[in-house]
Design a binder for this molecule. Structure first.
Ligand SMILES: [Ca+2]
Ligand SMILES: [Ca+2]
Length: 469
């Protein structure tokens, strides 16, 4: 018991130490070198509302607050991690006290807590700014008639919320400056969705893909209402997102070494332990990062008129991914129930070992000086890439999709099972060489907060007015 407690306290110290230095009180928000540190908690959402709705609103608020350049943002994952450690180390403290202590440890001065409920036919959105002692510093509320109005609603609340977390005079100054800025630069007119060039989203075909603002290409998949990105999301695509949103991508992730796979400090998506060019698949992104990328891209391209208001990016569902890889499974049911059920189909066909050029898996080439010697590689197979390969280095499948099998594991939207602890990943990756795990029907599951050098993602574009599943 004693040891556990000591470990927890030590972990807490490490977490607090890795956070940026604590903000000083009464600092001026205009001195960017010494920005106020603010925490943003996950939104509390009525359980009967659409899953993911709260996360979308949370991500928009994070974007807005980060883009205001007034605060340093600490996300809910880190807040909750520290809060949990406090609670474990000191089981007698109340949840409120644990939150206060977590805020203190992280050097946070204010925290946003949001909630969303549906009463009658209206959606009620409320966001409060809490002080370090959890008293309310400011609060904003609004009601809207439809789910589609919520994004705009939180965007409209954001300036008041940002001002509300600042000392009063600075808040007023911030709002006045924002108003002046808006008056000086009238909104650019929104062009209608592009229908020229290589094809609009509505008429995309294998030989006429829809090309989005980042140069990602999308093609249809039979029995699907979505277009699939032909590639895994690339480093350069993800870089545009991180630059625009200043998302905190952390400084530790799972990487392979001679001692196996471990979470190690000093690594992130830009530095996963091997060389990545802009055209390599981004790895070291957790499920939440991938979802935030899709939501950012949706907002960006709707504003630009690149996609229409009823089109959106998201992760593929488990069922959609199966169709993309040519696996026709019975509809419905949990991914767990379909795991390895079709036992003779691989992304390249039915043969084992894979034929030459089947994809980027762990062949003999993977055994480099940072490889764990106990890790399996495929007997009788090798490709040119010991780690990730630039997207599209291998042949596309018959739908025109590259690297569904191999290269990077791909996050899907679904939970693996009813426990709702792990999200589904499909397709295996550069470090996998076990025949059972390379099956098209194999499902890996992982916590949505795990960042690893073998995990990336692929986006789909929802076209038309159909709602997602
Ligand atoms: Ca390889
Ligand atoms: Ca892949």
């Amino acid at each position: 018991m004693h040891l556990t407690r000591m470990f927890l306290l030590a972990s807490l110290a490490v977490l607090a130490a890795t956070a940026a230095p604590a903000a000083e009180t009464n600092l001026s928000a205009s001195t960017s070198a010494n920005k106020l540190k603010i925490g943003i908690m996950k939104f509390e959402v009525d359980p009967d509302l659409k899953p993911g709705l709260g996360t979308s609103l949370y991500n928009i608020l994070v974007d807005q607050v980060a883009n205001s350049a007034v605060f340093t943002v600490v996300d809910w994952e880190q807040m909750e991690k520290v809060q949990k450690l406090v609670a474990q180390a000191q089981p007698n403290v109340s949840p409120d006290d644990a939150r206060k202590m977590a805020m203190h440890q992280l050097g946070i001065e204010k925290v946003y807590v949001g909630s969303l409920a549906k009463l009658g036919s209206k959606y009620h959105l409320s966001v409060k700014v809490l002080n370090l002692d959890l008293t309310i510093a400011a609060s904003q509320k609004t009601s809207v008639a439809t789910e589609d109005d919520l994004e705009r609603a939180i965007e409209e609340l954001a300036p008041a919320l940002i001002a509300g977390a600042l000392p009063r005079q600075e808040g007023e100054k911030y709002l006045a400056e924002l108003k002046a800025q808006k008056a000086a630069s009238p909104q650019t007119t929104v062009a209608p969705p592009s229908t020229s060039g290589t094809g609009s989203a509505g008429s995309a075909a294998k030989d006429k893909p829809f090309v989005n603002s980042l140069g990602m290409k999308f093609v249809p998949v039979p029995n699907n209402k979505v277009l699939f990105s032909v590639w895994e999301t690339r480093v350069k695509d993800f870089e545009a997102f991180v630059e625009a949103t200043r998302r905190d991508m952390g400084n530790s992730m799972w990487v392979v070494g001679t001692d196996g796979w471990k979470e190690r400090g000093g690594y992130n998506w830009q530095k996963p332990g091997f060389r990545q060019t802009p055209d390599h698949p981004v790895v070291g992104v957790n499920w939440n990062d991938a979802v935030a990328f899709c939501e950012w891209l949706t907002r960006k391209e709707r504003k630009e008129g690149k996609i229409s208001p009823n089109q959106s990016y998201r992760l593929p569902t488990d069922e959609e991914w199966s169709e993309a890889v040519g696996l026709h499974e019975d509809p419905g049911g949990l991914p767990k129930d379909k795991d390895r059920k079709i036992g003779d189909q691989y992304p390249w066909g039915r043969s084992w070992p894979p034929p030459r050029g089947a994809g980027n898996y762990a062949g003999n080439e993977a055994r480099t000086d940072t490889w764990h010697s106990g890790w399996k590689t495929i007997e009788g197979y090798s490709d040119e890439y010991p780690r990730t390969a630039p997207v599209g280095s291998f042949e596309a499948n018959e739908l025109g999709l590259f690297d569904l099998g191999g290269n990077a594991w791909e996050w899907c939207e679904d939970w693996y099972d009813g426990e709702q602890k792990g999200r589904v990943l499909r397709g295996a990756s550069w470090d996998y060489g076990d025949s059972a795990l390379l099956l098209s029907s194999y499902r890996l599951r992982n916590s949505p907060v795990i960042r690893s050098a073998f995990i990336g993602f692929r986006c789909v574009l929802v076209v038309g007015g159909a709602s997602s599943g």
